[in-house]
Design a binder for this molecule. Structure first.
Ligand SMILES: [Zn+2]
Length: 259
């Protein structure tokens, strides 16, 4: 009996050591091991629980530290290890921005586009004003407008989205993730001055929701109009095809830049 108990104890110990080894072992940027996948899911679940517990209008601007403080010891250790990876090593070559909040943020109410909601968004006042002027002209020219699908996102919201995309990718590949979503501090959506907007058409075409691809957004007359006119309103396409930043082609993503 004593021998049997000892054997069980040894087995538990060996399993524990093995799992710990997998957890702490180096992160393979092409695919996380199964313990690290479990940790990533757990981090996302804690982030998600917290975001669902706060008012909807606070979700896009949730603080990075506030969100990280929701994690238990293991989750936090893992999330911090992920966010301490230099984005260049996973293929993202864009610059790092200030994590400061823009001076004046405008709250943009959620809009319904083909059965889905854009959710409450925020934009720095300067880029929002230019967006309004641009839409006025677009409406006049082609009778259509674009809505804001994603505007300013705090580094906290960016952390949430990074884990959302990581845990919904098939291989939990950081390298694949980096093509679509920047780490906190590296997204143009978090840039307090040259802030980015992801647009959606009035009937819900944004190029990335559901089963859409960049081609769907590219085919819109609104996109053609943006290519010809957006620069006049201080908006610039950030990630054209084969851009030097290692980011996928994003025809819906435009950032503001002063002339
Ligand atoms: Zn974007």
């Amino acid at each position: 009996m004593k021998k049997f108990l000892l054997m069980i104890l040894m087995l538990v110990l060996i399993t524990f050591l093995y799992l710990s080894y997998l957890f702490y072992s180096g992160i393979n940027i092409d695919q996380l091991n199964f313990v690290q996948r479990w940790a990533a899911n757990s981090v996302f679940a804690s982030f998600d629980n917290y975001l669902n517990s706060i008012p909807k209008d606070q979700r896009a601007i949730v603080g990075y530290d506030v969100l990280m403080n929701q994690l238990n010891f293991i989750e936090r250790n893992f999330a911090e290890r992920i966010f301490s990876i230099n984005p260049k090593t996973i293929g993202f070559k864009g610059p790092k921005y200030s994590k400061e909040k823009p001076g004046k943020l405008v709250k943009v109410e959620s809009v319904k586009v083909e059965g889905r909601e854009t959710g409450i968004q925020y934009c720095p006042e300067h880029s929002y004003n230019d967006y309004l002027l641009m839409m006025e002209k677009m409406k006049k020219d082609i009778g259509k407008q674009l809505h804001i699908d994603s505007g300013y996102r705090s580094p906290g919201k960016q952390a949430y989205l990074f884990f959302y995309y990581l845990t919904t990718s098939s291989e939990y590949s950081l390298k694949e993730n980096a093509k679509w979503i920047a780490m906190p501090g590296y997204s143009e959506h978090g840039n307090p001055v040259n802030n980015a907007i992801d647009f959606t058409s009035e009937n819900g075409i944004n190029g990335f929701s559901d089963n859409q691809t960049a081609k769907d957004f590219e085919a819109l007359p609104e996109f053609d109009w943006l290519m010809k006119n957006a620069n006049q309103f201080n908006f610039y396409l950030s990630y054209p095809k084969d851009n030097p930043f290692g980011v996928a082609y994003e025809p819906w993503h435009w950032h503001w830049e002063s002339k």
